[in-house]
Design a protein around this ligand. Structure first.
Ligand code: HEC
Ligand code: HEC
Length: 371
């Protein structure tokens, strides 16, 4: 049965395109002139577009690393972005890099490998207050994780290496780490048939410093930990984290942690003073050279006690915390941040919620299978 509300107007005309007769009489000539002028303008515009216009389809922006599927087009309006799910790398290089990373023959006395301190099954670090070298000699600072390190602004706590490639000179020369020279290392590896074959497969000029670095860098680029519960949440899986963890993330933003810990690595993209609100070092005492942070690189007074803001990815696995490895739990670390970076105290209940959020940042290492 037709309903009154459903009835649609049928023959109704909306508006009248013909001007009233009186107006036509007065203005018809000028009207025609304007019409002609508009026609000329359109014609001229079309000609210009045909001759000078760029008729190719716009190129989509090229990401630095290729991501799988449609992932690269996801836009996330949050101060933290998810890690790529995969990276495109040469698998032979990665495998060679992994072998080098795990080989004690890279050290002068065959006792240390990169994995001696960067344990891949415990967050890419060593769980010690400060690293220890051969014979138990104590290093200066807490070991940084090698996971997701490809996305840092610069390398080491003080950012003294400008590229991942340059970073490798550090552990190679450090007497507590490999304690070797490139010249000696090249000669050492050139005598190992397996390396001769594997380098030959990837590099035309075989075993040399440049290629050793290149393979290790490729392996390090593979050390990503995507798919943390928090990343899945960012990608739209709203129930990947609990209500408490969501509140923890909100507090992390509201208290201002995100001003420094942000971006894809939730840190790692800026340098900040440790002790913005209160002097951490005066209160701790025993100031070491390493405590001077970025000052050791730039020599500028304002860089004293300034450090690269650490990444909080997998932070639940990388205790103890801070460059001095002085705090064993995340709760302690968050209290210190509140006091020294924000100049306030945060109640234990809020700290617990923030820590529950930090626990959602543990990801998965997708290339475990590479031999
Ligand atoms: C004796 C322990 C030890 C060994 C062995 C070692 N490292 Fe490290 N690694 C550290 C420490 C400690 C740091 C932090 C040093 C600093 O910031 O001053 C670090 C930092 C790094 C970083 C920087 C991470 C970042 O986010 O800036 C990378 C990358 C790295 N090491 C790779 C390697 C490689 C590759 C090797 C082997 C060639 C190696 N390490 C051997 C202890 C070690
Ligand atoms: C003004 C910048 C700034 C703010 C704000 C800030 N941080 Fe930090 N955070 C840093 C710096 C710098 C370090 C490294 C300190 C050091 O060890 O030298 C750090 C270290 C940490 C660490 C230890 C990481 C590790 O691997 O050792 C945690 C955890 C942390 N911050 C969490 C937080 C939380 C939670 C908040 C908010 C309550 C917060 N931060 C606020 C700059 C900041």
């Amino acid at each position: 049965m037709p309903d009154a509300n459903n009835r649609r107007p049928t023959n109704k005309t909306y508006g009248n395109p013909t001007p009233p007769p009186s107006l036509v009489d007065e203005h018809s000539e000028r009207w025609a002139f304007f019409l002609f002028l508009s026609f000329l303008l359109v014609l001229f515009g079309t000609a210009i577009w045909l001759v000078f216009g760029d008729h190719t389809a716009p190129e989509p922006p090229q990401p630095e690393i290729s991501l799988s599927g449609t992932e690269q087009f996801i836009t996330i309006h949050e101060p933290i972005q998810p890690l790529p799910l995969t990276v495109k790398l040469n698998p032979d290089k990665v495998a060679l890099g992994k072998m080098l990373f795990s080989d004690t023959r890279l050290s002068q006395d065959n006792t240390m490998a990169c994995i001696s301190c960067h344990n891949l099954s415990s967050g890419g670090a060593d769980g010690k207050q400060v690293s220890t070298g051969a014979g138990g000699a104590r290093g200066q600072v807490n070991t940084l994780s090698v996971f997701n390190s490809a996305y840092q602004i610069a390398w080491f706590w003080d950012g003294r290496a400008a590229t991942l490639n340059e970073q490798i000179d550090g552990p190679i020369h450090n007497p507590l780490e490999m304690g070797i020279t490139w010249d000696r290392l090249e000669k050492k590896l050139q005598q190992i048939t397996e390396y001769e074959t594997l380098f030959g497969k990837v590099y035309a000029d075989g075993i040399n410093e440049e290629n050793i670095k290149d393979a290790i860098v490729a392996f390090e680029q593979s050390l990503i930990t995507p798919n943390s519960r928090f990343d899945r949440y960012l990608r739209g899986e709203t129930d990947a984290i609990s209500e408490n963890e969501k509140t923890g993330y909100q507090l992390f933003k509201d208290y201002g942690c995100v001003a420094c810990h942000q971006g894809m690595n939730i840190g790692g993209n800026m340098f900040q003073i440790f002790g913005v609100a209160k002097n951490y070092f005066e209160n701790r005492g025993n100031i070491t050279r390493a405590d001077l942070g970025r000052f050791n690189v730039t020599g500028r007074k304002e860089d004293k006690y300034r450090f690269r803001v650490p990444s909080l990815r997998n932070v639940a696995l990388t205790a103890p915390y801070f460059h001095d490895g002085s705090r064993d739990t995340l709760e302690q670390a968050v209290h210190i941040m509140a006091e020294y970076q924000l100049g306030r105290t945060i109640p234990d209940t809020d700290v617990a919620l923030i820590v529950s959020f930090l626990n959602t940042l543990t990801g998965e290492y997708p290339y475990e299978g590479i031999k």
